[in-house]
Design a protein around this ligand. Sequence first.
Ligand code: PLP
Length: 429
Amino acid sequence: MKLYNLKDHNEQVSFAQAVRQGLGKQQGLFFPSELPAFDSSEIDALLSLDFVTRSARILSAYIGDEISSDAVAKRVAAAFQFPAPVVAVEDDIGTLELFHGPTLAFKDFGGRLMAQMLAEVAGDTPVTILTATSGDTGAAVAHAFYGLKNVRVVILYPNGKISPLQEKLFCTLGDNIHTVAIDGDFDACQALVKHAFDDEELKVALGLNSANSINISRLLAQICYYFEAVSQLTQEQRNQLVISVPSGNFGDLTAGLLAKSLGLPVKRFIAATNANDTVPRYLAEGKWLPKTTVATLSNAMDVSQPNNWPRIEELFRRKQWPLKALCYGAVSDDVTRETLKELAKLGYTSEPHGAIAYRMLRDGLQAGEYGLFLGTAHPAKFKESVEEILGTELPLPKELADRANLALLSHYLPDNFAQLRTFLMALPA
Ligand SMILES: *Cc1c(COP(=O)(O)O)cnc(C)c1O
Protein backbone atom coordinates (compact mmCIF):
# COMPACT_ATOMS: atom_id res chain seq x y z
CA MET A 1 0.00 0.00 0.00
CA LYS A 2 1.29 3.43 -0.91
CA LEU A 3 0.05 6.59 0.76
CA TYR A 4 0.77 10.25 0.11
CA ASN A 5 0.83 13.26 2.39
CA LEU A 6 -2.16 15.52 1.70
CA LYS A 7 0.00 18.58 2.36
CA ASP A 8 2.86 17.47 0.09
CA HIS A 9 2.00 14.81 -2.47
CA ASN A 10 5.72 14.17 -3.02
CA GLU A 11 6.01 12.57 0.40
CA GLN A 12 5.03 8.95 -0.22
CA VAL A 13 5.16 6.19 2.37
CA SER A 14 4.31 2.51 2.77
CA PHE A 15 1.55 1.29 5.10
CA ALA A 16 4.20 0.24 7.65
CA GLN A 17 5.73 3.72 7.62
CA ALA A 18 2.34 5.40 7.89
CA VAL A 19 1.41 3.23 10.88
CA ARG A 20 4.72 3.97 12.63
CA GLN A 21 4.76 7.68 11.82
CA GLY A 22 1.10 8.63 12.16
CA LEU A 23 1.47 12.02 10.46
CA GLY A 24 3.61 13.28 7.60
CA LYS A 25 5.60 16.50 7.23
CA GLN A 26 3.81 19.74 8.22
CA GLN A 27 1.38 17.57 10.21
CA GLY A 28 -0.12 16.34 6.89
CA LEU A 29 -2.46 13.32 6.83
CA PHE A 30 -1.64 10.22 4.80
CA PHE A 31 -4.14 9.15 2.13
CA PRO A 32 -4.15 5.95 -0.02
CA SER A 33 -2.70 6.31 -3.54
CA GLU A 34 -4.89 3.47 -4.83
CA LEU A 35 -8.57 3.18 -3.96
CA PRO A 36 -9.44 -0.51 -4.34
CA ALA A 37 -13.00 -1.46 -5.32
CA PHE A 38 -15.04 -4.66 -5.40
CA ASP A 39 -17.71 -5.35 -8.05
CA SER A 40 -21.24 -6.16 -6.94
CA SER A 41 -20.82 -9.95 -7.03
CA GLU A 42 -17.64 -9.65 -4.93
CA ILE A 43 -19.54 -7.44 -2.49
CA ASP A 44 -22.32 -10.06 -2.21
CA ALA A 45 -19.72 -12.76 -1.58
CA LEU A 46 -18.02 -10.63 1.09
CA LEU A 47 -21.32 -9.91 2.81
CA SER A 48 -21.98 -13.64 3.21
CA LEU A 49 -18.74 -14.16 5.20
CA ASP A 50 -18.33 -13.87 8.98
CA PHE A 51 -17.07 -10.57 10.45
CA VAL A 52 -13.43 -11.56 11.00
CA THR A 53 -12.93 -13.41 7.69
CA ARG A 54 -14.60 -10.60 5.73
CA SER A 55 -12.65 -7.88 7.57
CA ALA A 56 -9.35 -9.60 6.79
CA ARG A 57 -10.27 -9.67 3.06
CA ILE A 58 -11.17 -5.97 3.12
CA LEU A 59 -7.89 -5.03 4.80
CA SER A 60 -5.91 -7.23 2.43
CA ALA A 61 -7.38 -5.28 -0.50
CA TYR A 62 -5.40 -2.32 0.86
CA ILE A 63 -2.33 -3.85 2.52
CA GLY A 64 -2.05 -7.28 0.86
CA ASP A 65 1.13 -6.25 -0.97
CA GLU A 66 2.91 -5.56 2.34
CA ILE A 67 1.49 -8.03 4.85
CA SER A 68 0.58 -11.63 4.04
CA SER A 69 -3.10 -12.56 4.14
CA ASP A 70 -2.39 -15.08 6.93
CA ALA A 71 -0.77 -12.40 9.08
CA VAL A 72 -3.61 -9.97 8.38
CA ALA A 73 -6.18 -12.63 9.32
CA LYS A 74 -4.39 -13.35 12.61
CA ARG A 75 -4.17 -9.67 13.50
CA VAL A 76 -7.83 -9.04 12.69
CA ALA A 77 -8.92 -12.07 14.73
CA ALA A 78 -6.92 -10.76 17.71
CA ALA A 79 -8.35 -7.25 17.36
CA PHE A 80 -12.04 -7.90 16.63
CA GLN A 81 -13.11 -10.13 19.51
CA PHE A 82 -16.53 -8.60 20.08
CA PRO A 83 -19.61 -8.18 17.88
CA ALA A 84 -21.13 -5.14 16.13
CA PRO A 85 -24.86 -5.98 16.08
CA VAL A 86 -27.58 -4.06 14.26
CA VAL A 87 -30.53 -3.57 16.62
CA ALA A 88 -33.96 -2.59 15.28
CA VAL A 89 -35.33 0.65 16.76
CA GLU A 90 -38.26 1.30 14.39
CA ASP A 91 -39.60 -0.43 11.28
CA ASP A 92 -37.39 1.67 9.04
CA ILE A 93 -34.52 2.45 11.43
CA GLY A 94 -31.86 0.38 13.15
CA THR A 95 -28.72 1.19 15.11
CA LEU A 96 -25.26 -0.31 14.65
CA GLU A 97 -24.04 -0.89 18.21
CA LEU A 98 -20.29 -0.34 18.26
CA PHE A 99 -19.86 -0.39 22.04
CA HIS A 100 -19.44 -4.05 22.91
CA GLY A 101 -15.65 -3.87 23.24
CA PRO A 102 -13.61 -3.67 26.46
CA THR A 103 -13.95 0.10 26.90
CA LEU A 104 -17.52 0.36 25.60
CA ALA A 105 -16.98 2.71 22.67
CA PHE A 106 -16.31 2.32 18.94
CA LYS A 107 -12.73 3.50 19.49
CA ASP A 108 -11.96 -0.05 20.64
CA PHE A 109 -12.07 -1.26 17.01
CA GLY A 110 -9.54 1.26 15.71
CA GLY A 111 -7.36 1.21 18.81
CA ARG A 112 -7.10 -2.57 18.85
CA LEU A 113 -6.34 -2.94 15.16
CA MET A 114 -3.76 -0.19 15.36
CA ALA A 115 -2.09 -2.01 18.27
CA GLN A 116 -1.98 -5.24 16.27
CA MET A 117 -0.67 -3.54 13.13
CA LEU A 118 1.98 -1.63 15.03
CA ALA A 119 3.15 -4.88 16.62
CA GLU A 120 3.20 -6.45 13.13
CA VAL A 121 5.26 -3.75 11.43
CA ALA A 122 7.54 -2.96 14.39
CA GLY A 123 9.14 -6.42 14.13
CA ASP A 124 11.67 -6.94 16.94
CA THR A 125 12.17 -3.24 17.57
CA PRO A 126 10.63 -2.38 20.95
CA VAL A 127 8.14 0.49 20.85
CA THR A 128 6.98 2.66 23.73
CA ILE A 129 3.62 4.33 23.36
CA LEU A 130 3.50 7.49 25.45
CA THR A 131 0.19 9.28 25.72
CA ALA A 132 -1.71 11.68 27.98
CA THR A 133 -5.39 11.21 28.69
CA SER A 134 -8.26 12.96 30.37
CA GLY A 135 -9.99 9.56 30.58
CA ASP A 136 -11.46 7.78 27.58
CA THR A 137 -8.60 7.58 25.09
CA GLY A 138 -6.30 6.18 27.77
CA ALA A 139 -8.71 3.35 28.48
CA ALA A 140 -9.06 2.38 24.82
CA VAL A 141 -5.28 2.55 24.24
CA ALA A 142 -4.45 0.59 27.42
CA HIS A 143 -6.84 -2.24 26.61
CA ALA A 144 -5.81 -2.29 22.95
CA PHE A 145 -2.08 -2.73 23.67
CA TYR A 146 -2.42 -4.89 26.79
CA GLY A 147 -0.24 -8.01 26.62
CA LEU A 148 1.39 -7.23 23.24
CA LYS A 149 5.05 -8.22 22.90
CA ASN A 150 7.64 -5.51 22.23
CA VAL A 151 5.17 -2.73 23.00
CA ARG A 152 5.19 -0.81 26.26
CA VAL A 153 2.50 1.70 27.03
CA VAL A 154 2.87 4.65 29.38
CA ILE A 155 -0.25 6.67 30.08
CA LEU A 156 -0.12 9.93 32.01
CA TYR A 157 -3.29 11.24 33.62
CA PRO A 158 -4.09 14.04 36.08
CA ASN A 159 -4.17 12.62 39.61
CA GLY A 160 -7.63 12.91 41.17
CA LYS A 161 -9.14 14.55 38.08
CA ILE A 162 -10.67 11.57 36.29
CA SER A 163 -13.66 9.64 37.56
CA PRO A 164 -12.83 6.73 39.94
CA LEU A 165 -14.54 4.29 37.60
CA GLN A 166 -12.56 5.55 34.61
CA GLU A 167 -9.35 5.14 36.59
CA LYS A 168 -10.29 1.55 37.46
CA LEU A 169 -10.95 0.81 33.80
CA PHE A 170 -7.33 1.27 32.69
CA CYS A 171 -5.13 1.49 35.81
CA THR A 172 -5.77 -2.08 36.94
CA LEU A 173 -4.24 -3.94 33.98
CA GLY A 174 -0.51 -4.11 34.77
CA ASP A 175 1.87 -6.17 32.56
CA ASN A 176 3.03 -3.86 29.71
CA ILE A 177 0.61 -1.07 30.66
CA HIS A 178 2.19 1.55 32.94
CA THR A 179 -0.14 4.24 34.25
CA VAL A 180 1.22 7.35 35.91
CA ALA A 181 -0.90 9.74 37.96
CA ILE A 182 0.65 13.18 37.61
CA ASP A 183 0.28 15.80 40.29
CA GLY A 184 -1.18 18.36 37.84
CA ASP A 185 -3.96 18.86 35.31
CA PHE A 186 -4.48 17.37 31.83
CA ASP A 187 -2.53 20.19 30.18
CA ALA A 188 0.43 19.41 32.44
CA CYS A 189 0.30 15.76 31.33
CA GLN A 190 0.16 16.79 27.69
CA ALA A 191 3.10 19.16 28.18
CA LEU A 192 5.17 16.32 29.69
CA VAL A 193 4.41 14.12 26.68
CA LYS A 194 5.43 16.90 24.29
CA HIS A 195 8.63 17.43 26.25
CA ALA A 196 9.44 13.72 25.93
CA PHE A 197 8.91 13.78 22.13
CA ASP A 198 11.30 16.76 21.92
CA ASP A 199 14.00 14.77 23.74
CA GLU A 200 15.79 13.03 20.83
CA GLU A 201 17.93 10.82 23.08
CA LEU A 202 14.89 9.58 24.99
CA LYS A 203 12.90 9.16 21.78
CA VAL A 204 15.53 6.89 20.27
CA ALA A 205 16.26 4.98 23.50
CA LEU A 206 12.61 4.07 24.01
CA GLY A 207 11.32 3.99 20.41
CA LEU A 208 8.66 6.55 21.33
CA ASN A 209 5.37 6.55 19.39
CA SER A 210 2.04 8.23 20.06
CA ALA A 211 -1.18 6.24 19.62
CA ASN A 212 -2.62 9.05 17.58
CA SER A 213 -6.21 8.95 16.38
CA ILE A 214 -5.33 10.02 12.83
CA ASN A 215 -3.36 6.81 12.25
CA ILE A 216 -4.40 5.17 8.96
CA SER A 217 -4.75 1.75 10.62
CA ARG A 218 -7.65 3.06 12.68
CA LEU A 219 -9.58 4.12 9.60
CA LEU A 220 -9.06 0.76 7.93
CA ALA A 221 -10.47 -0.95 11.03
CA GLN A 222 -13.57 1.23 10.97
CA ILE A 223 -14.35 0.44 7.30
CA CYS A 224 -14.96 -3.15 8.37
CA TYR A 225 -17.92 -2.52 10.64
CA TYR A 226 -19.86 -0.72 7.92
CA PHE A 227 -19.71 -3.98 5.92
CA GLU A 228 -20.72 -5.88 9.06
CA ALA A 229 -23.77 -3.63 9.41
CA VAL A 230 -24.91 -4.16 5.82
CA SER A 231 -24.39 -7.93 6.11
CA GLN A 232 -27.12 -7.98 8.76
CA LEU A 233 -29.71 -6.20 6.57
CA THR A 234 -32.25 -7.65 4.15
CA GLN A 235 -31.77 -7.14 0.42
CA GLU A 236 -34.60 -4.60 0.42
CA GLN A 237 -32.96 -2.59 3.23
CA ARG A 238 -29.57 -2.74 1.47
CA ASN A 239 -31.06 -1.26 -1.70
CA GLN A 240 -32.21 1.98 -0.03
CA LEU A 241 -29.69 2.47 2.76
CA VAL A 242 -29.01 5.79 4.52
CA ILE A 243 -26.36 5.92 7.29
CA SER A 244 -26.15 8.69 9.90
CA VAL A 245 -22.80 9.22 11.65
CA PRO A 246 -22.33 11.25 14.87
CA SER A 247 -19.18 13.21 14.06
CA GLY A 248 -16.41 15.01 15.94
CA ASN A 249 -13.06 14.49 14.23
CA PHE A 250 -14.86 12.84 11.28
CA GLY A 251 -12.81 9.64 11.34
CA ASP A 252 -15.89 7.46 11.51
CA LEU A 253 -17.51 9.21 8.54
CA THR A 254 -14.25 8.99 6.55
CA ALA A 255 -14.26 5.22 7.10
CA GLY A 256 -17.90 4.97 5.99
CA LEU A 257 -17.13 6.85 2.79
CA LEU A 258 -14.12 4.61 2.14
CA ALA A 259 -16.49 1.62 2.55
CA LYS A 260 -18.72 3.16 -0.12
CA SER A 261 -15.72 3.72 -2.35
CA LEU A 262 -14.91 -0.01 -1.99
CA GLY A 263 -18.38 -0.72 -3.42
CA LEU A 264 -20.57 -1.04 -0.33
CA PRO A 265 -24.11 -0.01 -1.34
CA VAL A 266 -24.98 3.14 0.64
CA LYS A 267 -27.41 5.63 -0.91
CA ARG A 268 -26.22 8.52 1.20
CA PHE A 269 -24.46 9.46 4.43
CA ILE A 270 -25.54 12.04 6.99
CA ALA A 271 -22.87 13.95 8.92
CA ALA A 272 -24.45 14.80 12.29
CA THR A 273 -22.72 17.14 14.72
CA ASN A 274 -23.53 18.93 17.98
CA ALA A 275 -23.24 22.72 18.36
CA ASN A 276 -19.61 22.44 17.21
CA ASP A 277 -20.83 22.73 13.63
CA THR A 278 -17.85 23.81 11.52
CA VAL A 279 -18.61 21.18 8.86
CA PRO A 280 -22.39 21.76 8.55
CA ARG A 281 -21.74 25.50 8.18
CA TYR A 282 -19.00 24.82 5.64
CA LEU A 283 -21.28 22.57 3.58
CA ALA A 284 -24.10 25.13 3.71
CA GLU A 285 -22.09 28.30 3.10
CA GLY A 286 -18.83 27.14 1.52
CA LYS A 287 -16.67 28.84 4.16
CA TRP A 288 -14.41 27.08 6.64
CA LEU A 289 -14.85 29.14 9.80
CA PRO A 290 -14.13 27.19 13.01
CA LYS A 291 -15.44 28.86 16.17
CA THR A 292 -14.28 28.37 19.74
CA THR A 293 -15.20 24.86 20.86
CA VAL A 294 -18.20 24.73 23.20
CA ALA A 295 -18.91 22.04 25.79
CA THR A 296 -21.98 19.88 25.05
CA LEU A 297 -23.68 16.72 26.31
CA SER A 298 -21.96 14.78 23.51
CA ASN A 299 -18.48 15.73 24.67
CA ALA A 300 -16.58 13.23 22.46
CA MET A 301 -17.79 15.39 19.55
CA ASP A 302 -16.71 18.73 21.02
CA VAL A 303 -14.32 19.42 18.16
CA SER A 304 -14.33 22.57 16.05
CA GLN A 305 -11.32 21.77 13.82
CA PRO A 306 -12.06 18.20 12.75
CA ASN A 307 -8.73 16.71 11.74
CA ASN A 308 -10.01 14.10 9.28
CA TRP A 309 -11.91 16.56 7.09
CA PRO A 310 -9.10 16.93 4.48
CA ARG A 311 -9.34 13.17 3.87
CA ILE A 312 -13.07 13.46 3.12
CA GLU A 313 -12.51 16.30 0.65
CA GLU A 314 -9.72 14.34 -1.04
CA LEU A 315 -11.93 11.25 -1.38
CA PHE A 316 -14.78 13.25 -2.96
CA ARG A 317 -12.29 14.86 -5.33
CA ARG A 318 -10.69 11.54 -6.31
CA LYS A 319 -14.05 9.77 -6.81
CA GLN A 320 -15.56 12.83 -8.49
CA TRP A 321 -18.46 12.69 -6.06
CA PRO A 322 -20.20 16.06 -5.55
CA LEU A 323 -19.76 17.31 -1.96
CA LYS A 324 -23.42 18.35 -2.00
CA ALA A 325 -24.35 14.64 -1.99
CA LEU A 326 -23.35 14.63 1.68
CA CYS A 327 -26.26 15.40 4.04
CA TYR A 328 -25.53 17.25 7.25
CA GLY A 329 -26.92 19.01 10.27
CA ALA A 330 -26.22 20.11 13.83
CA VAL A 331 -28.29 19.20 16.90
CA SER A 332 -28.50 21.29 20.08
CA ASP A 333 -28.32 19.91 23.62
CA ASP A 334 -32.02 20.65 24.13
CA VAL A 335 -33.01 18.64 21.08
CA THR A 336 -30.56 15.89 22.13
CA ARG A 337 -32.36 15.62 25.47
CA GLU A 338 -35.79 15.43 23.80
CA THR A 339 -34.49 12.84 21.36
CA LEU A 340 -33.14 10.62 24.15
CA LYS A 341 -36.63 10.64 25.68
CA GLU A 342 -38.20 9.91 22.29
CA LEU A 343 -35.90 6.92 21.84
CA ALA A 344 -36.68 5.68 25.37
CA LYS A 345 -40.40 5.76 24.46
CA LEU A 346 -39.56 3.56 21.48
CA GLY A 347 -37.96 1.16 23.97
CA TYR A 348 -34.34 2.00 23.17
CA THR A 349 -31.87 3.48 25.67
CA SER A 350 -29.28 5.56 23.81
CA GLU A 351 -26.76 8.22 24.85
CA PRO A 352 -26.12 11.77 23.55
CA HIS A 353 -23.86 10.89 20.56
CA GLY A 354 -26.16 8.20 19.17
CA ALA A 355 -29.21 10.38 19.80
CA ILE A 356 -27.79 13.15 17.59
CA ALA A 357 -27.31 10.70 14.72
CA TYR A 358 -30.84 9.33 15.22
CA ARG A 359 -32.35 12.85 15.17
CA MET A 360 -30.78 13.73 11.80
CA LEU A 361 -31.76 10.35 10.39
CA ARG A 362 -35.39 10.42 11.57
CA ASP A 363 -35.83 13.94 10.20
CA GLY A 364 -34.19 13.20 6.84
CA LEU A 365 -35.35 9.67 6.00
CA GLN A 366 -37.72 9.35 3.04
CA ALA A 367 -40.46 6.81 2.36
CA GLY A 368 -39.06 3.50 1.15
CA GLU A 369 -35.60 4.14 2.63
CA TYR A 370 -33.96 2.21 5.46
CA GLY A 371 -31.84 4.11 7.96
CA LEU A 372 -28.98 3.11 10.24
CA PHE A 373 -27.44 5.34 12.89
CA LEU A 374 -24.16 4.52 14.60
CA GLY A 375 -24.31 3.83 18.32
CA THR A 376 -20.80 4.97 19.22
CA ALA A 377 -20.80 4.47 23.02
CA HIS A 378 -22.58 2.46 25.68
CA PRO A 379 -25.14 4.60 27.57
CA ALA A 380 -23.42 3.71 30.87
CA LYS A 381 -20.37 5.66 29.69
CA PHE A 382 -22.54 8.77 29.97
CA LYS A 383 -24.36 7.49 33.04
CA GLU A 384 -24.79 10.82 34.83
CA SER A 385 -26.41 12.73 31.96
CA VAL A 386 -28.49 9.82 30.65
CA GLU A 387 -29.85 9.02 34.13
CA GLU A 388 -30.66 12.66 34.74
CA ILE A 389 -32.46 13.09 31.39
CA LEU A 390 -34.42 9.83 31.50
CA GLY A 391 -35.00 9.77 35.26
CA THR A 392 -33.99 6.11 35.46
CA GLU A 393 -30.98 4.24 36.81
CA LEU A 394 -28.60 2.50 34.42
CA PRO A 395 -27.00 -0.76 35.51
CA LEU A 396 -23.20 -0.90 35.37
CA PRO A 397 -22.09 -3.09 32.45
CA LYS A 398 -19.89 -6.10 33.21
CA GLU A 399 -16.74 -4.49 31.75
CA LEU A 400 -16.92 -1.73 34.35
CA ALA A 401 -18.35 -3.74 37.23
CA ASP A 402 -15.60 -6.39 36.87
CA ARG A 403 -12.81 -3.88 37.30
CA ALA A 404 -14.39 -1.80 40.06
CA ASN A 405 -12.93 -3.99 42.83
CA LEU A 406 -9.41 -4.41 41.47
CA ALA A 407 -6.44 -2.58 43.01
CA LEU A 408 -4.97 0.45 41.21
CA LEU A 409 -1.47 -0.21 39.86
CA SER A 410 -0.56 3.40 39.04
CA HIS A 411 2.71 5.17 39.78
CA TYR A 412 2.59 8.68 41.23
CA LEU A 413 4.89 11.45 40.01
CA PRO A 414 5.09 15.22 40.43
CA ASP A 415 4.71 17.50 37.41
CA ASN A 416 8.45 17.32 36.70
CA PHE A 417 10.05 16.19 33.44
CA ALA A 418 13.40 15.11 34.93
CA GLN A 419 11.64 12.66 37.25
CA LEU A 420 9.41 11.35 34.46
CA ARG A 421 12.52 10.85 32.29
CA THR A 422 14.25 8.82 35.02
CA PHE A 423 11.09 6.75 35.42
CA LEU A 424 10.86 6.07 31.66
CA MET A 425 14.53 5.10 31.32
CA ALA A 426 14.15 2.61 34.19
CA LEU A 427 11.08 0.83 32.78
CA PRO A 428 11.46 -2.92 32.35
CA ALA A 429 11.93 -3.95 28.71
C1 PLP B 1 -14.86 9.77 19.22
C2 PLP B 1 -16.35 9.69 19.34
C3 PLP B 1 -17.24 10.22 18.35
C4 PLP B 1 -16.74 11.00 17.16
O1 PLP B 1 -16.09 10.19 16.23
P1 PLP B 1 -15.15 10.88 15.12
O2 PLP B 1 -14.56 9.75 14.36
O3 PLP B 1 -14.14 11.68 15.89
O4 PLP B 1 -16.03 11.75 14.28
C5 PLP B 1 -18.59 10.02 18.51
N1 PLP B 1 -19.10 9.38 19.59
C6 PLP B 1 -18.30 8.88 20.55
C7 PLP B 1 -18.91 8.21 21.72
C8 PLP B 1 -16.90 9.01 20.47
O5 PLP B 1 -16.12 8.53 21.45
